[in-house]
Design a protein. Structure first.
Length: 510
């Protein structure tokens, strides 16, 4: 088999498309097939940098890991990074190409991107046995169908069979399946092969009469009922509850190694990006991570993290308005640990000059680190490696802000001690590196320092492997597909396409 494919669509956002796509990728690669994920257009503030220096959605990077292949820009050619309710930065083939309003994007630019998106898909299909595509939102968003480059638009152009995923835990899944199908044109409906029920709790025999009735109404079968499984939301789009932060925290059942737990408070700033940076902290037995938006929630925290954000100046103003800025200053003066990552690092500095992101011009930072930041038109995209606290660490950089460090100590250095990134003054640290806490040795050393500064008798577990935990989660996703879906039927779809003669469900698209 070469060039087979499948589109995993969903009745709604957060129906489970990302997780199901990853599960199918892991199941197929365990069968010995060469498989790749694909999402033509992704809207997310959680992104990743590939080895060739391209920015893509973290969900596609996770799906590539599920498929045991290196992620590339081909797997997510268009990434939209919201900067407000009305506009987004457009990232094409891993590089930013401009800022557009939603009206401007859907009014014309999206159609221009259809050809490069299809070219990426066809290139992948020429390289892999199967390409498992993820849709976005719902394929029945009839107001956007004309310019669609991620759902039925690519399914029609590439003749991909479509399986629609529905989240039964929210209720109304039968109406969602029927309505989604009935709002598609006859041509689109001919590619919708059937459905996958996600997040089912209880006795599946009670569901079967409904599935039979759905088949009678639509002429389409259900390919599986996936049970509700805690902690399987790995690196999805932007919902906090689907972060791996929750996943690994739920999967770790071991008690703290030391006498105390460690409390981590993450400031839930506006336009928060790459909040997955704290997932590795939550993977540690005895570390409790919570997202906060009030100053009193920082009082009992042993570590406060100011995370990345797509709106550094906006997040800075929010911290001040909420009273969180004053509490961060109090913590710093008391020698209590604070960590700023990317936009959070910039916020902790003395001065920000931004004519690019917010166009606010000169803005005073919180002044907790001797750093001045100037926003550059070009975006830094890198995969650095360095040393901190005597341990090797690697990460990835995604930022317009260029930091000039004018004091303190570097956070990350190379093997010779030459400064690479970041700044440290007392208990306050900042870095542009996302993902560094996934390096196990560095994370343990960092947590030991945090515990000492906070006066906690916390001891990091000596054997926690974040990479192994992630692999465990991906295998569980593969197991869900293998054990609860009709894999023979899914494989036929991937190899042969949608079956002929699927009936039309009226009324169809208006």
């Amino acid at each position: 088999m070469r060039g087979g494919g499948l589109l995993v669509a969903g009745t709604t956002s957060d129906a489970g498309k990302s997780v199901v796509t990853a599960g199918i990728c892991r199941w197929l690669v365990r069968k010995g097939l060469k498989v790749a994920p694909f999402k033509g257009q992704n809207m997310s503030l959680n992104s990743f940098v590939t080895r060739e220096g391209a920015e893509i959605g973290r969900a596609q990077a996770m799906q590539a890991q599920a498929a045991r292949v290196e992620p590339t820009a081909l797997m997510n050619p268009v990434l939209l990074k919201p900067g407000s309710d009305r506009s987004s930065q457009v990232v094409l083939m891993g590089k930013p190409v401009g800022e557009l309003s939603a009206k401007g994007y859907h009014g014309g630019r999206q159609k221009e991107l259809f050809e490069p998106v299809m070219a990426c898909l066809e290139e992948l299909r020429g390289m892999y046995d199967a390409v498992i595509c993820e849709g976005a939102g719902s394929p029945a968003e009839i107001n956007l169908r004309r310019t669609d480059i991620v759902n039925m638009g690519i399914a029609r152009a590439a003749r991909l069979p479509v399986v629609v995923v529905g989240d039964i835990d929210r209720g109304g899944v039968f109406a969602q399946f029927f309505g989604t199908t009935a709002l598609l044109s006859p041509e689109d409906q001919s590619l919708v092969a059937g459905y996958l029920v996600n997040k089912f709790r209880g006795d599946v025999t009670l569901l079967e009469p409904g599935l039979d009735m759905l088949h009678g109404l639509t002429g389409r079968r259900t390919f599986g009922v996936l049970p509700y499984a805690h902690g399987l939301g790995i690196d999805e789009e932007d919902g906090l509850r689907v972060s791996l932060r929750g996943t690994v925290r739920e999967s770790v059942v071991a008690p703290p190694v030391g006498a105390d737990i460690l409390r981590v408070a993450v400031c839930a700033v506006p336009l928060m990006s790459n909040f997955t940076d704290v997932d590795a902290l939550a993977a540690e037995p005895g570390v409790v991570v919570r997202f906060v938006d009030r100053p009193e929630e920082l009082v009992d925290a042993d570590l406060v993290v100011v995370p990345g954000t797509r709106g550094t100046v906006k997040a800075l103003a929010w911290l001040r308005e909420r009273g969180l800025a004053d509490e961060l200053a109090r913590r710093a003066a008391a020698g209590l640990p604070v960590l700023g990552i990317c936009g959070g690092f910039q916020i902790l500095g003395e001065h920000i000059e931004d004519e690019v992101e917010s166009r606010a011009g000169a803005v005073d930072g919180l002044g907790l680190l001797p750093v001045r930041v100037r926003f550059a038109p070009g975006k830094t995209l890198a995969r650095p490696v360095g040393v901190a606290l005597g341990e090797r660490a690697e990460g990835y950089e995604i930022h317009h802000g260029v930091a000039s460090v004018e004091g303190g100590e570097p956070f990350f250095s190379d093997d010779t001690g030459r400064a690479l990134d970041g700044c440290r003054v007392g208990s306050v640290r900042g870095t542009h590196w996302h993902g560094s806490l996934e390096s196990d040795g560095f994370r343990r050393a960092f947590l030991r320092e945090v515990a000492a500064a906070a006066g906690r008798r916390f001891v990091p577990a000596p054997d926690t492997s974040f990479g192994a935990l992630r692999e465990e989660q991906l295998d569980r996703l593969g197991d869900l597909i293998e054990e609860h879906a009709d894999t023979d039927a899914l494989l036929r779809l991937i190899e042969e396409g949608a079956p002929a003669g699927l009936p039309f469900v009226p009324p169809g698209a208006p």
